[in-house]
Design a protein around this ligand. Structure first.
Ligand SMILES: [Mg+2]
Length: 419
């Protein structure tokens, strides 16, 4: 478990902020400090303001153990897109069943715990919370509650918390299930989750490297979270950092193209491009280790599978590469025995490229590849967004090329500036 706001954590946040990310937070102990009376829990004014700002920049969710309506009342106007209560089960299917199971458990526990000082059973309609933070002898109270819940019908799951024992219908969606469902609904490629308690471990345990960043409030050797914040106050720093990573200065048609605002916009855009570049390189490196070919070599194989007999010049044009660059890639693929060239039957002076019997099996969709990520993204993105993104990328490529061409003119640059 590493501290998030130190070392590499910040660059990790920057990469995620540039992705299609869903932010999800627990409430008590995470957005709001733990207080003696659960009913008094509220966010600090600074946290509420920062959460509002974060919600304007990212799709956000609060996934709490409280009843959903109770959490909604505590959000102080922040427009949180998704609010999930009851440890992940509300809203969701089978609520009537869960309510009935919670009612039965409540009746049994009220009898078993009658007269215990400082022990309070809170009904959240679909689950129960047995609080003992006001009990004079907390350890004794906890043991007593454990014994009482052990007598409950097996349809209930017991989740310990901070001076509370939660009793939840067994098999109901937990916080991990809720997060996965929200991520799918939102079409988010990545998610960041912050929590502080045992029920948050249902999220922390999800093993989704690169796609889910898990953060615990407070360090704990027992937690499955990858990162931690030193304390609940550090939430404000995390939220402020998330805002800064996405906040763009206001710009309008009256803004001069060389103004600082435009320069900041350019840096903001560039930052996203580098994040993409970094992810492409990371996945390509991973593909080399697993499949023995880079992402670009694989793209060549897929194109040759689609257009057998393609001459190298046409392939270079399709890939927007110069012929020299594609020759090097082809040499490597030929050396690996994946691609071969023969004289073009229509024009003997030209070479025609094709996949060998060893290369052909690689020409099919496979998980864990760059084109798989692109395919999934295209499937879930409206066509007009794809078209606009393609236009912008093509124009940017042209612009970058003309910068190269302008600065290749020999000597001019240095001569102009020579004393
Ligand atoms: Mg909590």
């Amino acid at each position: 478990m590493k501290e998030l706001l130190a070392g590499k954590g910040s660059s990790l946040l920057a990469g995620l902020a540039a992705s299609r990310v869903l932010l999800a937070f627990d409430f008590d102990g995470t957005l709001a400090p733990i207080v003696d009376q659960p009913d008094d829990a509220r966010m600090r004014r600074t946290t509420a303001k920062l959460l509002g700002a974060v919600c304007a920049l990212y799709p956000c969710a609060v996934i709490s153990g409280r009843a959903k309506a109770d959490v909604v009342d505590r959000l102080q106007g922040a427009s949180v897109k998704y609010v999930v209560g009851n440890h992940g089960l509300e809203p969701g299917p089978c609520l009537e069943e869960y309510a009935e199971e919670a009612r039965i458990a409540q009746r049994l526990l009220e009898t078993a715990l009658a007269g215990q000082r400082g022990v309070e059973i809170e009904s959240k309609t679909y689950s129960l919370a047995i609080h003992y933070r006001r009990a004079p002898r907390k350890e004794a109270a906890r043991k007593l509650i454990s014994r009482a819940v052990a007598t409950l019908p097996r349809s209930m799951r017991v989740v310990p918390g901070k001076l509370v024992v939660n009793v939840v219908p067994d098999g109901a969606p937990n916080k991990g299930d809720a997060l996965m469902q929200l991520q799918a609904m939102e079409g988010a490629d990545t998610a960041i989750y912050v929590g502080d308690d045992v029920t948050d471990e249902d999220v922390f345990r999800l093993d989704r490297p690169g796609r889910l960043l898990t953060i615990r409030v407070g360090q704990s050797s027992l937690s499955s979270a990858a990162y931690y914040l030193r304390d609940q106050r550090a939430m404000d720093r995390l939220l402020a950092e998330l805002v800064a990573l996405r906040k763009r200065p206001p710009s309008g048609p009256q803004v001069d193209s060389r103004s600082p605002e435009r320069a900041a916009d350019a840096l903001d855009f560039l930052r996203r491009l580098w994040a993409l570049n970094h992810s492409l390189e990371a996945l390509s490196g991973n593909m080399t280790a697993r499949l023995g070919i880079t992402a670009q070599q694989r793209l060549v194989i897929r194109l040759l599978g689609k257009y057998p007999g393609l001459p190298p010049g046409r392939l270079a044009a399709l890939l927007h590469l110069d012929p020299g660059t594609i020759s090097a890639t082809l040499r490597r693929l030929e050396a690996k025995g994946l691609v071969s060239r023969r004289p073009d039957p229509k024009d003997g002076r030209r070479a025609a490229l094709q996949l060998t019997s060893k290369g052909s099996p690689l020409d099919r969709a496979a998980p864990g590849t760059v084109e798989n990520a692109v395919e999934l993204l295209l499937k879930e993105t409206p066509p007009e967004e794809i078209a606009a993104a393609q236009r912008v990328l093509e124009r940017l490529t042209e612009r970058v090329r003309s910068e190269v061409a302008d600065n290749l003119r020999p000597h001019r640059y240095t001569e102009d500036r020579m004393p």
